[in-house]
Write a protein that binds this ligand. Structure first.
Ligand SMILES: [Ca+2]
Ligand SMILES: [Ca+2]
Ligand SMILES: [Ca+2]
Length: 417
């Protein structure tokens, strides 16, 4: 009892002390809403104000991501897919830095609405690096191309990777920016390296509608960037398909396009079946070519498969594709069976029944071949008959192709796009 009575005043005193000290130990400082950028405002001034605000924010959160996100949420900013703090040693000095993705709140030109808060569909961000010194976080460098460009706030950098991706023993920072054009969206990657004084850009790559991977394809150490996509998002772009672009470390940067590979043999339409069939012919892969031309014929002669042909393909376009597929099927049948023309003759007969342009080309070919067995001379006759006609349905995303270049062994530049 005595003992209890003796420490009671002490507890009261201690309680007073703690409550009195609380504002000093953990300041109940209320941060104002982030600075709002207006389109007419000076960019540098905004970035400076935002950096000051972000510095208060990261120190108030004491570098804690959950606290940081909670503060953003309290302001009504729910960009949690991209907004975070990362503790990473980006300059290889053994001490982690903080990389903060900071929401850029802006007011669009001509908008009377006060503030458009950052949302997932249209969120602009700053990426800021903080160093820890003397128990506080200090801003160092802005990453990305924020300070340059006609419309810098189109930049939306997020961290794609922080690692030694080129196997030189130093850390790289890879930023990802998702861009949105008039009718096409895409992704841009920027590779940055801390050279001891400034961030150096050692890679810049972009592709539309892209899935991006960072993998070491050959297993030799440095990783490659593999982009799969590349289509254009407008009706006027016409028939397209995805392709794979591979960017490789060349000892200096990541700007070397090491490979550009159409998504061969995954042709989505009769057109691409035929193009891939021609590629297979060019490679002397006759069985693959035969299958691809047969697939194209099946799609073009079966009404139920018309859904496979993208909207915008006209009846004339389909007829041309049918003529090409028929001719090429006949040609590859002769390549596969030079001493048995049964299959080729069946295609020849079908071509005469199907109408369109096919009868003329095929008849020119067939008469020469029947008389001489000379494929080259027969092909030359067919090409001459095709003349200067080009495929209809081409557009800005697809190089126009001459029929004569698509007959027999292809004569156009690979890969056609
Ligand atoms: Ca460091
Ligand atoms: Ca490296
Ligand atoms: Ca590699």
């Amino acid at each position: 009892m005595r003992k209890t009575r003796s420490i009671a005043p002490l507890l009261v005193c201690l309680g007073l002390l703690i409550s009195a000290c609380q504002p000093i130990v953990a300041p109940a400082q209320q941060l104002p809403f982030p600075p709002v950028w207006q389109a007419t405002e000076n960019l540098a001034a905004y970035v400076q104000a935002a950096t000051v605000h972000a510095t208060h924010l990261v120190n108030q959160a004491d570098g804690d991501e959950a606290t940081y996100l909670a503060q953003l949420a309290a302001w009504g900013i729910h960009d949690t897919e991209y907004t975070w703090l990362r503790h990473l040693d980006v300059d290889d000095d053994g001490q982690p830095e903080i990389l903060m993705t900071y929401p850029l709140v802006y007011r669009p030109v001509g908008s009377a609405d006060a503030v458009c808060p950052c949302s997932l569909s249209d969120c602009r961000r700053l990426l800021i690096v903080f160093e820890e010194m003397f128990g506080r976080y200090w801003p160092t460098v802005h990453l990305g191309r924020l300070e340059t460009g006609d419309y810098p706030f189109k930049n939306r950098p997020t961290l794609f990777a922080v690692d030694d991706i080129n196997a030189d023993g130093r850390t790289e920072v890879v930023l990802r920016q998702d861009w949105q054009g008039a009718h096409t969206a895409g992704v841009t990657l920027t590779v940055l390296h801390w050279n001891g004084g400034v961030w150096k850009e050692i890679g810049w790559m972009t592709q539309s509608y892209s899935d991006v991977r960072l993998i070491d394809i050959e297993g030799d150490g440095p990783r490659e960037f593999v982009f799969y996509g590349g289509t254009v998002g407008s009706v006027g772009a016409g028939l397209q398909r995805k392709f794979t672009d591979i960017y490789k470390w060349n000892g200096v940067n990541y700007n070397t396009l090491a490979a550009h590979i159409p998504a061969a043999l995954t042709s989505e339409t009769p057109y691409w079946k035929i193009v891939d069939g021609d590629i297979a012919l060019f490679q002397r892969r006759y069985a693959a070519a035969e299958r691809l031309f047969a697939d194209a014929l099946a799609m073009l002669t079966n009404d139920a498969s018309d859904a496979d042909i993208v909207s915008g393909a006209t009846g004339v376009f389909d007829q041309n594709l049918l003529a090409l597929a028929r001719f090429q099927a006949m040609y590859v049948a002769l390549q596969l069976n030079p001493y048995d023309s049964t299959n080729a003759a069946a295609h020849y007969a079908a071509s005469q029944a199907e109408g369109g342009r096919s009868p003329a080309w095929t008849a020119a070919f067939w008469s020469i071949w029947e008389q001489t067995g000379d494929l080259a001379a027969a092909c030359a006759a067919a090409r001459e008959r095709a003349g200067g006609l080009m495929m209809e349905g081409y557009n800005y995303a697809t190089n126009p192709l001459y029929f004569r270049d698509m007959l027999c062994d292809p004569h156009y530049t690979w890969p056609p796009e």
